[in-house]
Design a binder for this molecule. Structure first.
Ligand code: LLP
Length: 426
């Protein structure tokens, strides 16, 4: 296990290995993923015909390879993600089920070339994609991503349904899309709905009815339905785990109604990102300064929002723990309120903040320079949203499988930071 919502605030290991040894061997900031957690989450969803990993959550090649070895298929939202899927051993082509699906609201030119030439099935999130695809790939089947008219997410920024969202095809335009597809000589073989990320069972369940209605309006060309992603995971102590069995039952009932209506089997997909990888990942940082600002105590660490952007973007809460360098010291259970900051030259570089940028103190054990801070539940939308802001190299990533730590991404070098840049005339 990694550092999760219910972990103690003093730890010595992540994924069963010593934090101090990992930090010494690979340096900090360091992402560590526990392969066993990802494998366990895939297994929990085994009732679905297809578990398709939304790789945007954690697209390291080693993680994709792990998901593939455990039977997961993959979603790609860009030419780059198709490239990653191929490099991780996924096969292109119209298999049943397809191993790679391209889901997006546009084709950029590179992505359209790739899906056409490599035969990657597409899930169209805009009516224009239907014509563009038909012109390049007449005769093929597509799926449509439908915006059912409502959405929900852990933040307004992760709500992907309703009129204010750019995602998907508006549910009232499906009839028009059937005509567009016929004109473009492509068939509509499936439907997909994803209403947002980090949503709850109540909102997710409403999608089943919307899917049934949409699929019946299209008719028996539909052979697959996808529930999208969105399953939340616990970040705070007391957060409830989603009842995946109950969720499956709702979708299975929808699938059965459609299969009965169409007179042929309908395959049921789920497309989780966060659910598979969030709890597997921890970000290890070293505390480099302990300082007071009036009444406030700060630990300033060597990881910032260049490594984990969720707190500054959404006010997201991540569980945190301290690992004292050189083993336990002080009295166990002692805590004080502390604000955790990163190294960036920007005052928003705070890991303990609420949406709106309001800084919050967190009860954590006393710590000294040289101790480690472990930020838990960082395996989804962590490393993938990293940036080079302030010319900080992207962090190293380690995958722990069967007790072995594998370096799966080298820390960027300073030369990596300037690769591709040119001074005119030189
Ligand atoms: N399918 C589609 C079409 C999506 O757009 C997404 C997420 C997923 C599946 C996976 O959603 P999940 O199961 O992970 O909730 N950066 C934000 C999350 C953005 C999600 C974008 N789309 C965060 O850190 O919370």
């Amino acid at each position: 296990m990694s550092v999760t919502a219910e972990s103690p605030s003093l730890v010595e290991t992540v994924a069963g290995l010593s934090v101090e040894q990992l930090a010494q061997e690979f340096g900090t900031p360091l992402y560590v993923y526990d392969a066993a957690v990802i494998a366990e989450r895939i297994a929990e969803l085994a009732a679905f015909d297809v578990v398709r990993f939304a790789q945007k959550a954690c697209s390291n090649l080693a993680v994709l390879d792990l998901v593939r070895r455990h039977g997961g298929m993959v979603d790609a939202v860009s030419a780059g993600e198709i490239h990653r899927a191929l490099r991780a051993g996924y096969q292109p082509g119209f298999h049943e089920p397809p191993q790679i699906v391209y889901t997006a609201d546009i084709f950029d030119r590179q992505a359209l070339d790739m899906v056409a030439e490599l035969e990657i099935p597409v899930n169209c999130g805009s009516p224009d994609m239907i014509d563009q695809y038909g012109a390049r790939c007449p005769g093929r089947g597509i799926t449509l991503r439908v915006n059912p008219g409502f959405g929900h997410g852990h933040s307004q920024k992760t709500n992907t349904g309703g009129q204010q969202s750019k995602h998907g095809i508006w549910h009232e335009q499906l009839g028009e899309c059937v005509e567009r597809a016929a004109k473009s000589n492509v068939s509509i073989a499936g439907l997909h709905m994803h209403i947002g990320s980090g949503t709850d069972l109540e909102h997710l369940s409403q999608v089943c009815g919307a899917m049934e209605k949409a699929a019946l309006s299209i008719g028996d060309s539909i052979h697959s339905i996808s529930a999208g992603g969105g399953l939340s995971t616990p970040y705070r102590a007391g957060d409830k785990r989603v009842d995946v069995a109950a969720y499956y039952e709702l979708w299975n009932a929808t699938r059965k109604k459609l299969a009965d209506a169409f007179g042929h089997p309908v395959s049921l997909e789920i497309e989780p990102g966060r659910y598979l990888s969030a709890e597997s990942g921890a970000l290890i940082a070293e505390i480099r300064a302990v300082k007071r600002m009036g009444d406030n105590l700060f630990y300033v660490v060597d990881a910032g929002f260049n490594n984990l952007a969720r707190p500054i973007l959404y006010g997201a809460y991540h569980p945190m723990a301290i690992c004292p360098a050189g083993g336990p010291r002080g009295s166990v259970g002692e805590k004080h309120d502390v604000i955790i900051g990163g190294p960036l030259c920007e005052s928003g570089d705070i890991f303990t903040q609420e949406e709106g940028g309001f800084v919050q103190a967190r009860p954590l054990p006393p710590a000294e320079v040289g101790d480690y801070l472990i930020i838990g539940c960082a395996g989804a939308y962590g490393a993938v949203m990293g940036s080079n802001y302030n010319s900080k190299p992207l962090a190293a990533e380690v995958l722990v499988e069967d007790g072995q730590a594998h370096l799966v991404r080298e820390r960027q070098s300073l030369d990596d930071l300037v690769r591709g840049e040119r001074i005119p005339g030189e």
